[in-house]
Write a protein that binds this ligand. Sequence first.
Ligand code: EPZ
Length: 425
Amino acid sequence: MSEICVQGCRPLTGEINIQGSKNGVLPMLAASVLQRETLKFTNVPIIQDVLCMVGILESVGCCCRWDGHSLSIDASGEIYGEIPRKDVGKMRSSILLMGALLGRTGRAVTWQPGGCSIGSRPVDLHLLAFSRLGAVVSEDEEGKIEASAKELTGSMVYFPFPSVGATENALLAAVLARGKTVIEGAAREPEIISLCQLLRRMGADICGEGSSRIEVCGVERLFGTVFDVPGDRIAAGTYLAAVAGAGGHVRILKGPWEFMQEEIRVFRQIGAEVEPISSKTGEVCGIELWMEKRPKAISLSTGPYPGFPTDLQSPMLAVLSRAEGISQVREAVFEARFKTAGQLQKMGAQIEVSGNCARIFGQERLLGARVQAMDLRGGAALAAAALAACGETMITDCIHIERGYEDICRDIRLLHGEICWVQKK
Ligand code: EPZ
């Protein structure tokens, strides 16, 4: 397990080429088993969750080959429908393979991925979608989940909550089903849009992505292609938050400006200046942020896209911990996503959590301390808090951070932040 050491209280200035999107690429990797050729992805983030998904793809019969940040997946051989239980425990997103395995083989077996530190995270809506498409779904007392169907048939799928993963699984199961599927109450996240762009390039017939109603007309076959993974909006938002908290100036190249409008509105509300970066041809190719002053206190609620992303709630807690005044943050997506507040309190933050709301009484400066990463985005939030704090901070259990950030120390050092990995003694 690695630790991170940070010397804080210095402004951050520099430029980062943001990594490819973790939450964008994971469903796309699942889609690779839907075709019998080779899918090549470029700008793939080399992170633990991707390495884990590659391991699962190989265990079901794919041949995967890396070339720098490009990843080719050959699914021309026999594909097996069962995901090894050991892999499910390592990564919840293994559930995303179910829809694609069902579409490819007519059978998908995995295991209840279980809750994590941000909530119970059930998969009932995923299984609802498979049932609506005609699959027989069963769960045994050990948590083994099986879905099977001689042939999937297009249908109406209605989600009472716009679940990102369930929408992705419904799409992956519907693209080879017989007939038309309508997904009502679909998630509208940019990761849904990029998945549909990939599937369409593979030969799928999809329309409506980005809205809450997506229509899929099943096709006979899908084909290999090449696809560039978009920039990671959450990693970009994390580094923007770090600079908003510590002060300074950052340019995030490939930061997806068009899909970060709510985050940009919030950063401006706390007093940052935020502008798009344009290329020589006039295309927007990134995001630039300046922060000269102490952040202002605000009220904020997370929500499904286009609301403020729940994945940036913890980094915003870190920023608001030193805001002028009292801020309120409401977590409207997961039921237990304030665990990092306890770690921020070790650094002197004054945060009161009650249910899904937190009140933050801003302090001029936090103080360096020894803190523990409780989950992926919480760990990144602690790094952001440490960069704005006085003194040295040690962050333990950084394996969480490595799941979603290629190298948070490398990126923050590009901003001239004093941060490094410390191997545990
Ligand atoms: C995706 O998780 C992301 N993960 C999460 O990012 C992100 O926080 C989340 O979407 C919301 O944007 C990936 O894309 C790999 P949901 P997912 O299904 O699909 C409830 C990160 O840090 N729900 O939209 O699991 C669920 O309990 C991660 O990168 C059900 O009740 O999120 C939660 O309260 C964390 N039944 C809410 O919906 C279901 O069948 C949102 O979950 C499914 C979900």
